[in-house]
Design a protein around this ligand. Structure first.
Ligand code: PLP
Length: 349
């Protein structure tokens, strides 16, 4: 059998969909490129994960985690599928779906498109213009698979739940990537509890807020029949026992309350950082709701390189369809760390 090499760069699709913030950080760099909450996982969670190592001899049992996640979102356990991070959910969807017209709403996280292409599907891009609010009329009527983020990476824009709900219809899979939904206190625009919308798949990640990027844990929520079909495409025992422990623990009332409290603090720091960046002449995408900001400057690319020389990594924007070299994505950190960034930027500008 001849093995054909597939390369997103060589496909002429314009950008490297497989570029992510983790390739922009390094041991000597202050990290504003990766959107994982700093100082995580919290100690209480790390201790429970460590305790779960006692059970590694047994094959993983997803049932308790499934029940806990279902309870957290007011869903039935058979409407939950645990995955090895949100990234695996996109692969399962791409394996299961047979779309005639798959639409990815950009700018957004690029793995959903990469997964669709890797599964052999053609992808139609809908590019939202600045300031990246969703106009459902831009999504073609004949789209039978639509993928959108909420709040969206890298724009940080939060779409209203009622606008997203208008995209759902019989005969269409509507995938809403809510990897950053818990950045918004109380998650008012989340569709995770909506069992009534046809074809809805909500994808969630536990790797950002809880600092579990290396553990790989997330889940999807959908109607039970859809969950069963998606589960058929998943490798057996894909989610490890420690990852299932994390899903169970992060779904408790206490964990949800802790995330809500963090989201409140995050909002304050984000608004402050946004104002400071705007004061330095950078154009900050308005109405940011997640743990990062999308900024625009004609000098963005040069700034990024010069920040690196000063020990600071920010995320380039030009690997997101719909953006270009004049964009940067900047993670929101604590006050002191943010001030280090703004001081350095002020010198460079
Ligand atoms: C919007 C978005 N969705 C999903 C993911 C993947 O998350 P996970 O680590 O759970 O696979 C990321 C990771 O950067 C992301 O930014």
């Amino acid at each position: 059998m001849r093995v054909e090499e597939r390369s997103d760069r060589a496909d002429g699709i314009g950008v490297d969909l497989r570029h992510h913030g983790d390739s922009e950080v390094g041991p000597d760099l202050l990290d504003f490129a990766v959107n994982v909450r700093a100082g995580t996982p919290p100690r209480w969670l790390a201790e429970r994960l460590a305790a779960s190592l006692e059970d590694l001899a047994a094959y993983p049992d997803p049932r308790p985690a499934r029940e806990a996640v279902a309870r957290r979102h007011g869903r039935a356990p058979d409407e939950v599928l645990l995955t090895a991070g949100a990234a695996e959910a996109f692969v399962l969807i791409a394996r299961f779906a047979r779309p005639r017209r798959a639409v990815v709403v950009h700018p957004q996280f690029t793995e959903p498109e990469a997964a669709l292409r890797a599964a052999g599907h053609e992808v139609h891009r809908v590019l939202l213009p600045p300031d990246y609010t969703l106009d459902p009329a831009l999504v073609p009527d004949d789209a039978d698979l639509v993928i959108i983020g909420n709040p969206t990476n890298p724009t940080s824009v939060l779409h209203p739940a009622r606008t997203l709900a208008r995209l759902a219809r019989p005969g269409r899979l509507l995938v809403v990537d809510e990897a950053f939904a818990d950045c918004v206190p109380g998650e008012p625009e989340s569709l995770s509890g909506r069992a009534d919308l046809p074809g809805l798949i909500v994808v969630r990640s536990l790797t950002k807020t809880w600092g579990l990027a290396g553990l790989r844990v997330g889940y999807l929520l959908a109607e039970a029949a859809l969950v069963r079909s998606l589960a058929e495409t998943q490798p057996l025992w894909a989610v490890s026992t420690p990852a299932l422990t994390a899903a169970l623990e992060c779904s408790s009332d206490r964990a949800v309350a802790e995330a809500r409290e963090w989201a409140r603090e995050l909002g304050g720091e984000r608004d402050r950082l946004a104002a400071e960046l705007a004061g330095l002449g950078l154009r900050v995408t308005p109405n940011a709701a997640a743990s990062f900001l999308l900024v625009r400057s004609p000098q963005a690319d040069r700034l990024r390189t010069r920040l690196r020389a000063h020990g600071i990594a920010v995320r380039r924007g030009d690997t997101f369809p719909g953006l270009g070299t004049e964009y940067l994505r900047i993670a929101v950190r604590d006050r002191q760390t943010n001030e280090r960034l703004t001081r350095t930027l002020a010198e460079l500008l």
